[in-house]
Design a protein around this ligand. Structure first.
Ligand SMILES: Nc1ncnc2c1ncn2[C@@H]1O[C@H](COP(=O)(O)OP(=O)(O)OP(=O)(O)O)[C@@H](O)[C@H]1O
Ligand SMILES: [Mg+2]
Length: 251
């Protein structure tokens, strides 16, 4: 909660239609200051589209998005970035010809709306790279980064914008179990050490449940569950979405 008592993020009735298809259907949830919320759901359930509507990459068809009490629904991506929303993309989008430091420095400039000098942008960039456990020397390039390294670079670019709220679209495909664990620990450290509020999107439940404070589960664009990780593991609807109807599950 901020000083006025409002949650940091309030999403209400958020809806996104593509033609006649409703990808996000009256989704509502809140995220308190300092919380890590897990946004879960199977492939195609609307998680990335929800992020895109919050972060301004897509314009919502209906509904409200408030950041610290102020309506930001329908804002552009650079407006939401300047207001303090950092996001990673599920499919990493680095500038491959640039160094890691240059990638993060550009993000720092973008987040500040250009109103910082190069030295300050580089300072923010190095800090973000260290937080994401990437080398911050001027020579390191994005060439040869594997799936885990590219995810870290996405995170560093988002962190370099100095967000209050981090929308992490992890969908940890391509990572092995050790790398998933490392990614989860990193998000937890970012919250614990920097106080950055996080919404973490995943389609796999396992590692996420050990780190998040609360869980929202989507299915076919609609919220089917809100609660604690422990409650999510006990919930029949969540199990059905993830495992199929009880009669079809392997013993
Ligand atoms: N630009 C678009 N135009 C048309 N349909 C879209 C568009 N973007 C997403 N969709 C559809 O909206 C639905 C939700 O997609 P979304 O990418 O939000 O799912 P997701 O939960 O992020 O899935 P995943 O776990 O695979 O990343 C899917 O059916 C998808 O095909
Ligand atoms: Mg997605």
């Amino acid at each position: 909660m901020d000083a006025a008592g409002a949650p940091l993020l309030q999403v209400e009735g958020l809806t996104k239609r593509f033609g006649g298809f409703t990808a996000v259907d009256k989704v509502s949830f809140t995220v308190a200051q300092g919380e890590i919320l897990g946004l879960l759901g199977p492939n195609g359930s609307g998680k990335s589209t929800t992020f895109n509507c919050i972060a301004g990459t897509l314009r919502p068809s209906a509904g409200s998005v408030r950041l610290a009490g102020a309506e930001i629904g329908g804002s552009t991506a650079d407006e939401t970035c300047r207001r303090g929303i950092g996001r990673t993309f599920q499919i990493p989008r680095p500038f491959r010809g640039l160094t890691l430091l240059e990638n993060a420095t550009l993000a720092a400039f973008y987040g500040a709306g250009g109103h910082i000098d190069r030295a300050e942008a580089e300072r923010r960039a190095r800090d973000a790279l260290r937080l994401a456990q990437l080398p911050d020397d001027a020579a390191a390039t994005a060439h040869g980064l594997g799936a885990a390294g590219l995810k870290k670079l996405e995170l560093a670019r988002a962190l370099a914008t100095q967000p209050k709220l981090l929308l992490a679209d992890e969908s940890l495909g391509g990572l092995d179990t050790g790398e998933m664990r490392q990614a989860a620990d990193m998000l937890k450290r970012i919250r614990d050490e920097r106080g950055i509020t996080i919404v973490w999107v995943e389609h796999i439940m396992g590692v996420l449940l050990s780190v998040v404070d609360r869980v929202v589960v989507l299915d076919h664009g609609a919220v089917i569950f809100r609660g604690t990780p422990a409650e999510a593991q006990e919930d029949a609807r969540v199990a059905e979405v993830y495992l199929g109807p009880p009669e079809t599950r392997a013993a």
